[in-house]
Design a protein around this ligand. Structure first.
Ligand code: NAD
Ligand code: UGA
Length: 441
């Protein structure tokens, strides 16, 4: 059991905090956002994730989890401090490290004893080394009489199943380039998953930092790849569903992340692919394969938006219904959601929108506020259909998957379905009289 302090209570910090408490450690989750901490102390969660509130309540009542907006107090007595603040995309595409650097300074100025600093935020290769130097320089200036070690422990959880993917990861990556025995401590913090057979990969800081970007970029590449193959299928008459299944059945490829859709989005793939290309540029390496993956993603959203405009206009329509706005089912997160590129392009072509998402309505209306006069935010999925000439599906929520297509047809002005998550069988839709357009079918 270790005393662990987590700085930054976002998706990653909060879920990691509660997970590490569940593993048997004593955890303080701290954030500079006092309102967030106040709410957490009242058991009001800042994000909606299956199982999160229950696990927070369980570990909190066991006395293993607490929340604080007092950074100094929260790090005073801990064995390890985890940095899990945001690393957003900077203007030039590189990772903005200002939050990570700020929190590192806070640690250096306030720490009262030697501690292991664990970086969970996704950071460019070489950041751990920089942070170690920064903190130890400040500690030396303060004449603190001790120094710290820095461990890289990137996180691979997924939104929408964040708790589960944290508690049961495919692997735990621990990077450390010094000569103290910090791997043993990391093994103790993650004792429970390690005992359950989850591999703990020990490597250098640089290797760990690279693994995170390489993993996200590979997954993004896989999606861009299948989306491009889908566009080809659309022209050749091949069936993308069977193509993806057959290609994925080769265990060297595997079927995951081969679902065509409206393009990948979210808070990480778009920024991490760009950041990795930037990092490589700094070493004179052209990661053209990853650059092409994100350029293809941008183009894909554009192609799908133009296709919708063409179809609606060809059928003399001017209102399009949209089911789903968030970047994927299970999450209400609108950060870099494909809808934020696709909807404005359709609106600019004079088409009005009627939209509904089960979780992202409030956030979406903020992101899309400049287009308010052209968007009707509806109360439910059926209201979207009222007066709509066609229906587009952007997020694969269960409530859309389970919709009654026959009833839907009667509520639409025209039976036109743009199924951009390929959730319906095209022959079923066509049998009901729909003009059906999927991605690659
Ligand atoms: P987030 O924006 O949801 O949360 C960051 C939190 O840090 C905020 O609550 C903010 O108030 C707090 N914070 C900022 N500065 C602080 C400071 N000085 N002291 C204390 N708290 C401070 O971000 P996130 O989505 O949790 O992502 C965090 C990191 O993890 C990023 O590097 C991201 O790339 C990476 N990551 C995210 C995911 C994901 O699914 N969201 C998954 C894996 C890795
Ligand atoms: C992703 C990774 O999967 C996590 O391992 C990683 O920790 C995280 O990024 C991160 O670093 O933040 P997340 O962004 O939550 O997780 O969501 P994913 O499930 O990976 O989906 C990302 C995007 O790809 C979504 O827009 C989704 O709809 C799209 N996608 C995914 C497809 O279009 N097709 C697929 O087959 C799979």
């Amino acid at each position: 059991m270790h005393k662990v302090s987590i700085l930054g209570c976002g998706y990653v910090g909060l879920v990691s905090g509660v997970g590490i408490a569940k593993f048997g450690n004593e955890v303080i989750c701290a954030d500079t956002n006092a309102h967030k901490i106040e709410n957490l102390n009242k058991m009001i969660m800042p994000i909606s994730e299956p199982g999160l509130k229950e696990l927070v309540q369980e570990t909190y009542s066991l006395g293993r989890l607490s929340f604080s907006s007092d950074i100094k107090k929260s790090i005073r007595d801990c064995d390890a401090v985890i940095i899990s603040v945001q690393t957003p995309q900077d203007k030039d595409g590189s990772a903005d490290l200002s939050y990570v650097m700020q929190v590192s300074k806070d640690i250096a100025e306030q720490l009262e004893k030697s501690t292991v600093v664990i970086i969970k935020s996704t950071v460019p290769i070489g950041t751990a080394k920089k942070i170690r130097k920064l903190i130890n320089t400040i500690l030396a200036e303060r004449k603190a009489g001790f120094s710290i070690e820095v461990v890289s422990n990137p996180e691979f959880l997924r939104e929408g199943s964040a708790v589960n993917t944290f508690l049961y990861p495919d692997r735990i990556v621990v990077g450390y380039s010094g000569n103290k025995d910090v791997f043993a401590m990391m093994g103790e913090i993650y004792k429970s998953p390690v005992e359950n057979g989850i591999p703990l990969i020990k490597c250098s800081n640089e290797t760990a930092e690279t693994i995170k970007y390489a993993a996200n970029s590979f997954l993004a590449m896989k999606i861009s790849y299948i989306n491009q193959i889908a566009l080809l299928c659309e022209k050749t008459g091949a069936d993308i569903k069977i193509v993806a299944e057959a290609v994925g059945s080769d265990e060297r490829i595997n079927p995951k992340f081969l679902n065509p859709g409206p393009g990948y989005g979210g808070s990480c793939f778009p920024k991490d692919t760009r950041a990795l290309v930037k990092i490589a540029e700094g070493y004179d390496i052209d990661l053209s394969i990853i650059r092409t993956a994100y350029e293809a993603n941008t183009k894909h959203k554009d192609i799908l938006a133009r296709k919708a405009v063409k179809i609606v206009k060809e059928n003399n329509g001017n209102v399009l219904g949209i089911w789903g706005l968030s970047f994927k089912a299970g999450s209400g997160d609108m950060r870099n959601a494909p809808a934020l590129d696709i909807l404005p392009l359709i609106i600019k072509n004079g088409i009005k929108l009627r939209v509904f998402d089960p979780k992202a309505m409030e956030e979406a209306s903020e992101y899309l506020s400049e287009y308010k006069s052209m968007i009707e935010f509806c109360k439910n999925k059926n209201e979207v259909l009222d007066g709509a000439d066609a229906l587009m599906i952007l997020t694969e929520w269960d409530c859309f998957k389970n919709a009654d297509l026959e009833k839907t047809a009667t509520l639409l002005q025209q039976k036109i379905l743009l199924d951009y998550r390929n959730i319906y069988d095209s022959s079923d839709a066509k049998r009901l009289g729909y003009l059906y357009y999927g991605v690659g079918k």
